[in-house]
Ligand binder design. Sequence first.
Ligand SMILES: Cc1ncc(COP(=O)(O)O)c(C=O)c1O
Length: 428
Amino acid sequence: MTNASQTKVSQRALQAAGQPISRLMGMALSNPNIISLAAGFVDNESLPTEITKEAANEVLANDNHSKVALQYGSNHGDHELRERILLHAMEMNQAATSEITSYNTKLDQVFITPGSNQLLFLLADTILDPGDIVLCASPSYFVFIGAVKNIGGQTYGVATDEQGIVPEALEAALQQLDNNGRLSKVKAIYTVPYFDNPGGTTLPAYRGKQILDIARRWSREQKIYVISDEAYRMLRYQGDDTPSIHHWDPSLEHTIVAGTFSKSFSPGIRVGWGFIPTELVGPLGDQKSNVDFGAPLLAQRIMATVLRNQQWLEHVEKLRSVYNERRNAMLQTLTANLSDVENCHWHETNGGLCVWLTLPQHIDTGMDGQFLKNAVDAGVIYVPGAYCFASEGELANHSTIRLTFGVQSAERIEQGVRILSEQIKAWQ
Ligand SMILES: Cc1ncc(COP(=O)(O)O)c(C=O)c1O
């Protein structure tokens, strides 16, 4: 007989259990001296306290304006903020290319969400039925992989090289799925084209266009969208910006762009956005109505004020110099300590917050393995790479590690990487 007082959570809740982040945070908290090269947090020191205070004062200075900001907003989000974000994205794309494009993306295709994670989740919920497939880089952002799995979808990993998803491998994966009678299940290709989390790779503009062309060509049974998650676009430390996939699909027929101020301003403000195809505006809006019928308006008004006062890009410049120093510290210490270790390699990322490290095959970096335990005992923690692989397609590589350089000072990064390198060498 069932005990009526026993809690029975849903299958979806059961699926979501055991996420790596909470376990890793627990490990880090159990040892306060540990150097965490795992956290996805941003630098604490450079958080924009003064700019935010000024903007908040401005938003709340006048009784009428503050009442607007303290009220519920619209499902789509604040009008001024949507306008400013769309304009900024179009200007960036124009600046990044010599081709002139007339963008006919309309304002009602722009949604504001509390962080781009919500946008990604709503999207998955809007376009996927259980069993549907999203193709993605191998490795990929594990929170998105989790979101797809949570609603019963499948992620299908595609091979990557130093420039992200390999178009020929994407083509081959689609061919394979077609041969198996599963093409009708493919709903999207997910990519983080700028300084991928976790891979650190950047998709060259021509590859972005190739991926879009592949999506168009294989949209035989139903539309295949390209989700361009541009969370790190502003955090570039080397080279010039490149046009977004949006540039080749100016009215967003196949392309969905996700963006956020979390990395380039503040994750505490948690303002993200999405540019979405017209036919998804209604369905995604309906999903959003079920969730929160509009992101918190106070945060949106503050962000709109920061943009209006032209303080965002100034702040981004400061962040670039802070993170560039840390990235250099991480890459130089890796080079100094691991260059001579056979089958150990990493990609010299030009931006973002992550470095992806591949170790010799005999080292299992997993959560329950001895290597991680030893690393934690020695004083350093990382994200085991195995979490970043899709449920199908390219095989997971258990000898990989995601390192982040956003939180620790350059000195602590050097120290952490040295400790990790000693562990790696001890396993030779
Ligand atoms: C690739 C990628 N996309 C999206 C996000 C979501 O950020 P937020 O929800 O804070 O906007 C993150 C956060 O780490 C990320 O790394």
